[in-house]
Write a protein of this length. Structure first.
Length: 106
C-alpha cells in the first residue's frame, strides 16, 4: 500500500510539500526559470510550471494545500451497519447486470 490506511498524505508530508510549493513560487517571483527551480527543489519541471501558472492566476492561496485528498477509510460505523452493508453487497454481487447501450452518434 502506498499511503497509510487513512488515505492521502500524513500531515507532516503534506506540510513539507506545501513548503516546497511556497518556496517554488517565491523563487518564481525572483524571475528564475522553471528548470532551475525544479533542479534546486528536486521536483519536476511540470510541477513548477503548474505552480507558477496557479500562482500567476490566483496568488499564493492557489498553491497552498487543500487538505487531505481522500476521505478516511477507518471504520466509523457500528457492526450492525456493517452487517447491512455486507448483505447489500452480497445481493448486488449475485444480481445480473445489464449492459448499457453505446451512446447514439449524431
Amino acid at each position: 500500500m502506498r499511503y497509510p490506511q487513512g488515505g492521502g498524505l500524513i500531515a507532516e508530508r503534506q506540510a513539507f510539500r506545501e513548503r516546497v510549493r511556497m518556496e517554488a513560487v517565491g523563487i518564481c517571483a525572483e524571475g528564475r526559470g522553471s528548470t532551475d527551480i525544479a533542479k534546486e527543489l528536486r521536483v519536476s519541471v511540470r510541477s513548477v510550471q503548474r505552480w507558477r501558472r496557479a500562482w500567476l492566476v490566483a496568488g499564493q492561496d492557489a498553491v497552498r494545500s487543500r487538505g487531505p485528498t481522500a476521505p478516511s477509510l477507518t471504520p466509523t460505523t457500528s457492526s450492525a451497519d456493517c452487517d447491512t452493508t455486507s448483505a447489500r453487497s452480497s445481493a448486488a454481487a449475485t444480481s445480473p447486470t445489464v449492459a448499457s447501450p453505446p451512446p447514439a452518434s449524431h
